[in-house]
Design a protein around this ligand. Structure first.
Ligand code: SF4
Length: 356
């Protein structure tokens, strides 16, 4: 259906602020939504590596948490593995946007793997905070979801100093050496409101709790949640496009429900939509997680338009301009090969055939 899609971000300007013939139900389309700068860069890393070095290019874990992206890159020659010991010795491996622990870097070094690190710079920032606070011998509370790859990577920077706390309730089981030397940091893709509750509870227990130097929940997570909150009071049903293992996508469903939307559904693709979800609805909210290509949102719009919601209104709460350069070694190799790195690149428009 999609051919070989362009997995890059899509210009929001490619959709008029109001479309459709009017009459019937309407769609409120959240903006910002979809690709963030870290995902855009990580996907670009794999695409450029395939172009430059040829297939196969190994990728440890899902490069970003989106099924469609992973399947599309697999078709082009990316080989996704769980651990570096599944990569042939001496081969090339990309580390995903979620970041890896020093242990993983060491395992790759031992196997003489050529590594390309696509860790989002905003995740790297949290790693650096963890290392710095550990050097200063603080007890570090990492607010995040146990088992999430990003949390595993950050935890691995200083396992002897870090405790992971997932919910406000879990704060009660935290044990520290000195209550006056406790700092908190967080996963980048959490619910802003739930994290605030957790930190409030931490501060009740440790009044001298130290904050991270700047927000760890990244701009993209905050902006997508802000857009959902803005449209929530006006919609009967919220649809969030994003995969089940995408933390920020799942949080968008939580935020919609907490903001009073009667029902919210997360789907990977339009084929998962069910007519009964929209019975009696006049306004549908639509957004997508930070790892979701815009073509998947376009499919959902088409489905909704064919099922009684012809009008689309874009509700913009922020304009984003963040971009990240490709990793230095990859940039150097591209330059040496005469393939100018296209960073930072302008988002492309989605064409009607959905192949770009
Ligand atoms: S969601 Fe935020 S931290 Fe994660 S890749 Fe995107 S910009 Fe980076």
């Amino acid at each position: 259906m999609h051919g070989t899609p362009d997995l890059r971000a899509t210009a929001l300007t490619s959709l008029p602020e109001t479309t459709g013939a009017g009459g019937g139900g309407r769609i409120l389309l959240a903006a910002p939504r979809g690709y963030c700068a870290g995902v855009d860069r990580a996907v670009d890393v794999v695409e450029k590596a395939l172009e430059l070095y040829g297939a196969p290019v190994y990728v440890r874990k899902e490069i970003v948490h989106n099924k469609f992206v992973v399947e599309s890159l697999s078709k082009r020659g990316a080989v996704f593995v769980q651990e570096t010991d599944q990569v042939p010795e001496g081969a090339r491996v990309v580390f995903s946007a979620h970041g890896v622990s020093p242990e993983v870097h060491e395992a790759a070094r031992v196997r003489r793997l050529a590594t390309i690190d696509a860790t989002c710079p905003l995740v790297t920032k949290v790693h650096r905070e963890a290392v710095r606070f550990a050097k200063q011998d603080y007890d570090i509370i990492l607010v995040g979801h146990q088992g999430h790859e990003e949390v595993e990577g950050t935890f691995g920077e200083a396992p002897e100093h870090i405790q992971v706390v997932g919910t406000p309730e879990e704060v009660d089981r935290v044990v520290v050496r000195d209550p006056d030397r406790v700092v908190w940091i967080s996963q980048t893709t959490l619910s802003v409101d739930e994290t605030r509750l957790t930190v409030d509870r931490l501060r009740q227990r440790f009044p001298n709790l130290i904050d991270p130097p700047s927000d760890d929940i990244c701009y993209a997570t905050q902006n997508r949640q802000g857009a959902v909150k803005a449209i929530a009071p006006k919609v009967d049903v919220m649809v969030v496009v994003g995969s089940a293992n995408s933390s920020n996508s799942v949080r968008l469903v939580d935020v919609a429900l907490e903001s009073g939307v009667p029902s919210a559904h997360r789907i990977d693709k339009a084929e998962e939509l069910r007519g009964e979800w929209f019975a009696g609805a006049t306004t549908v909210g639509l957004t997508s997680g930070a790892s979701v290509p815009e073509i998947l949102v376009r499919d959902v719009i088409e489905w909704l338009q064919a099922h009684g919601f012809p009008t689309v209104e874009v509700v913009r709460t922020e304009t984003e301009s963040t971009t990240f350069a490709l990793p230095r070694d990859l940039r150097a190799d591209l330059k040496a090969a005469g393939m100018a790195p296209a960073r930072p690149h302008a988002p492309r428009e989605v064409l009607p055939d959905h192949t770009r």
